[in-house]
Design a protein around this ligand. Structure first.
Ligand code: CP
Ligand code: NVA
Length: 307
């Protein structure tokens, strides 16, 4: 059973098919067509952390495709009283056609996939956020008409979103420049994997501590929160360390004139991004947010229809 725990679980061919199908599903849904590709399928959404977009988009996607979903708050399961993940996985796998899981430790999605015997979708872990990157790449294709050869500057924390962006951008031959404070670099294994992939795809990966250098001639500027879910204990230190790692009008001027601004959301205006930039003409943040629905639908179709 194929799962989607990391961007690396999708080959270039699979990623391109998922992106193309997201586009087709968007067109069909916008035309009011009803789809039945997930008829009879039920996905379980097991979430250890809050979510607005990912939870809602997966729930709506399952229904729009003629299937259904069940939300399972981890704190209401026996997991919260110490039942092992592998036991939970074996039971859920017997009831459900797939599990979409948002977790703290990445190993939890690995365990769920190993023991459930149904496809598991990583809906965000401390290491990656692969479904975010599906909808982000789709949004970039809509905005720019292509992926290959584009330069994306990621300014901020080398976190789960950054890790998955590096892997996704590398597969698609994009140039990804990360600017983060010292000590907040992306995961080292992810980085070397992305560099390796880039050498074949014609992309490029670089990591610096200089947002201006990263943003030069960029087609896209991307940021995420300074304090991810689970990092709250270091909030005070992070507020100091991330000072200056902000997408604002000065930084936008360094990028290409037609550059677009992205943020996976939720955003903290005045910290990682300014209000005028997120609300401004170059922002594609709201389109990016909407596209999570079509990315989710395409990922569910890809994984839940395996024999
Ligand atoms: N971008 C994203 O994953 O948002 P949620 O936390 O609201 O799901
Ligand atoms: N990096 C953020 C993404 C939220 C969608 C977090 O993990 O909290």
């Amino acid at each position: 059973m194929k799962s989607f725990l990391s961007v690396t679980d999708a080959s270039k061919l699979e990623m391109d098919r998922v992106l193309a199908r997201a586009k087709a599903i968007k067109t069909l849904i916008k035309r009011g067509r009803s789809l039945a590709t997930l008829s009879g399928k039920i996905a379980g959404l097991l979430f250890e952390k809050p979510s607005t977009r990912t939870r809602t988009s997966f729930e709506v996607a399952a229904r729009r495709l003629g299937g259904d979903s069940i939300y399972l708050a981890a704190n209401e399961l026996q997991l919260s009283r110490g039942e092992p993940v592998k036991d939970t996985a074996r039971i859920l796998g017997g009831y459900l056609d797939g599990v979409v899981a948002r977790v703290y430790a990445h190993d939890t999605v690995v365990q769920l996939a190993k023991y459930s015997r149904v496809p598991v979708v990583n809906a965000l872990s401390d290491l990656e956020h692969p479904t975010q990157i599906v909808s982000d790449l789709f949004t970039i294709q809509e905005a720019k008409g292509k992926l290959k050869g584009l330069k994306l500057a990621y300014v901020g924390d080398g976190n789960n979103v950054c890790n998955s962006l590096l892997l996704g951008g590398a597969v698609e031959g994009m140039s990804i420049s990360v600017a983060c404070p010292a000590g907040y670099e992306p995961n080292a294994t992810v980085l070397s994997e992305a560099e390796k992939t880039s050498r074949f795809s014609g992309g490029n990966i670089d990591v610096s501590h200089d947002p201006v250098e990263a943003a030069k001639e960029a087609d896209l500027l991307y940021t995420d929160v300074w304090v991810s879910m689970g990092d709250e204990a270091s909030k005070e230190k992070r507020m100091k360390d991330f000072d200056g790692y902000q997408i604002n009008n000065d930084l936008l001027k360094v990028a290409k004139r037609d550059a677009n601004v992205m943020h996976c959301l939720p955003a903290h205006r005045g910290l990682e991004i300014t209000d005028d930039v997120i609300e401004g003409k170059q922002s594609i943040v709201w389109q990016q947010g909407e596209n999570k629905l079509y990315g989710a639908a395409s990922v569910l179709e890809w994984l839940l229809r395996q024999k």
